[in-house]
Structure formats: structure tokens, C-alpha cells
Ligand binder design. Structure first.
Ligand code: 6GU
Length: 232
């Protein structure tokens, strides 16, 4: 999968995308993430990509021309399945959207800044608008990093058995069960006996019960959907 990202702050995306699982996905050639600095398409030698908003009011707006030129240029080489604008007024990102995006071949992400991008770019180019939650970030870069991580780790071959996405919280509509590692007794706090006796079937049942219990306590809304508890 290829993910191109248009941003005024490529540095902000470098670290999160070049470590751990995202690095491995790229090293294995399963994921190809590239950032493009919007200033390459600036309207003047000062690197201007934003301007005052019509109608007045505080805050700058990202201009049409640099974004349109950037997208036009990138589209010459790539047929994007989705052009995604990261914005707090988009649809709220979740595992279902991550799953759907992980099936696409080419994505283009646009990171907004200031007051956002000119509405005409949203109308003319953007096919999907995504928010990562109900709070405001200074720009779309961290949201883009979140999206790339959530989607990238779902690509076949990125995770191994140990890190398999199959048992993630949310992947099966339940939160993950508690986990423990050595020592079996930490300052008097014991690992549940069931995990030590080594019967895989009993352990699976215990984990499922813990998942349901944890979901009931923390996210009862997740149990409202039909079928969630039919997998027992
Ligand atoms: Cl995608 N962008 C910004 N600036 N803030 C956000 C967001 C995105 N999602 C939640 N808050």
C-alpha cells in the first residue's frame, strides 16, 4: 500500500512513521509512506501557502493553488483510491474505517493547519474527511500519523503471530483481556492461577470472560450492538 502525505510539517511525521512496526512494514516493502512539503508548491518565493480569510476573523486559511498544484502533480503518478483530509469536523476514525482503508491500494492524506484549508479544495478534491476524536489538535500531522499506524499494522504480513491484530481491543468488538508477564508474584500481587496451569481451552474461556467483563465495565456502549456476544 502506498500512502502519500501533503503537509507543511513533514518533520512532525518522520519519527512516528519510522520506528517499530511502521518501520518494519516499510522495510518489508508492504507499506510505502511518503511526505511532501506543501511549500514546494508555494505561491511565491517566501513559501507562502496560507492567507487571510475572506469575511474577516482571526486565523489563516490554507490557499487553493498550492494544494491544487500539489494534488494535481501527485495524481499524475498515482491513481488515489481516496483523498483524505484530516480535520476535526470529519467522521470520527475507528477500527472499522481502519479496516476498510487497509484494503485500498493508494491513499493521499492532506494535513490542515491554522483555520483549515479553503472549502473549494474540500469540494473539488477531497473524497473523505476524517477526525481522530473530539478535541482540537494544532494540525493534521499527528492525526495522519495515527491513521497510518492504525491502517499500516493491518496490512497482511506487517504483524507476526505475536503481535497479531486478531486479538486487539476493538477488532472483535470487545476490549482486550488483562495480560501478565514474569514474575508470577510481584510484591505479593499474583498472576491469576488460571494463566499458570497451562490449559489452553480454559485460558481462552477465561480471557473471553475477562474481555466481556472489562467491556461491560468500561464501554457498555460497545455491547449494545447485536451479535457482539454470540461468539462465545
Ligand atoms: Cl484530523 N485535525 C485536527 N487539527 N484536530 C483534530 C483532528 C484532526 N482530529 C481530532 N482533532
Amino acid at each position: 500500500m502506498k500512502i502519500d502525505i501533503i503537509t507543511v510539517l513533514p518533520e512532525l511525521l518522520e519519527s512516528p512513521l519510522n520506528h517499530s512496526i511502521m518501520k518494519r512494514a516499510q522495510d518489508k516493502g508492504l507499506l510505502n509512506v511518503k511526505t511532501y512539503n506543501l511549500r514546494q508548491w508555494a505561491v511565491n518565493k517566501y513559501g507562502q501557502v496560507d492567507d487571510y480569510q475572506y469575511g474577516g476573523g482571526a486565523g489563516m486559511v490554507m490557499m487553493c493553488e498550492p494544494l491544487a498544484n500539489a494534488i494535481d502533480t501527485l495524481q499524475k503518478d498515482t491513481k488515489y483510491d481516496e483523498i483524505i483530509y484530516l480535520t476535526p469536523d470529519g467522521i470520527t476514525f475507528n477500527q472499522k474505517i481502519a479496516n476498510a482503508l487497509s484494503l485500498k491500494e493508494n491513499l493521499l492524506l492532506i494535513c490542515g493547519h491554522y483555520k483549515g484549508i479553503d472549502e473549494r479544495i474540500r469540494q473539488q478534491y477531497v473524497t473523505m474527511e476524517i477526525s481522530i476524536g473530539d478535541y482540537v489538535l494544532s494540525g493534521g500531522e499527528l492525526a495522519a500519523a495515527v491513521l497510518v499506524d492504525a491502517v499500516g499494522r493491518l496490512l497482511p504480513g506487517v504483524l507476526n503471530d505475536e503481535t497479531s491484530a486478531l486479538f486487539d481491543s476493538f477488532q472483535d468488538d470487545l476490549l482486550a483481556p488483562p495480560v501478565y508477564t514474569r514474575p508470577a508474584d510481584f510484591r505479593g500481587l499474583k498472576v491469576p492461577e488460571v494463566l499458570l496451569n497451562g490449559n489452553p481451552k480454559i485460558i481462552d474461556e477465561w480471557r473471553y470472560e475477562q474481555s466481556v467483563e472489562r467491556t461491560r465495565n468500561r464501554r457498555p456502549d460497545m455491547l449494545d450492538k447485536p451479535d457482539v456476544l454470540d461468539k462465545a
